[in-house]
Design a binder for this molecule. Sequence first.
Ligand code: MN
Length: 165
Amino acid sequence: MVLEQYRNARKTFGFSASRKAKLFVEKRNFSITREPKGGKGKPKHKPIFVVQEHRARSLHYDFRLEIGGVLKSWAVPKGVPFSGEKRLAIRTEDHPLEYANFSGIIPEGLYGAGVVKIWDRGKFVPEKISEKEIIIELRGRKLKGKYVLIKTKFSKNSWLIFRKK
Ligand code: MN
């Protein structure tokens, strides 16, 4: 039953359910404990997205989507476009969900040192989520409408982001 739910979650998110999350479920007896087990396919709440303006060594915008319990992240040097213009989005490491609330200063000498501001945030409706292509409808204050993220062949972490007409 629980494994079935995990398979559904995997289908929903495309990305593999993490080994840790699987262990979390396997270690617990959910007919006894009241802990939430997660993995019930589509989450009840709409997932969130955030765009953080990051004035580090060079200005860029970190685009993050809540997928599979983490923030899948891309650095977009020119910012997320309001139009169909295709812009480079470099896949970066997953961030914890709580990071979506972060704004402030990353001290000098540390990774990503500089000022982080929340540029936009909101919910999104997933349409397609796979390892190579993501189609979502953004419902932010600034960014609204259907967006596409698509992996390129140029390099491992190179994607493009654009608004779908
Ligand atoms: Mn950054």
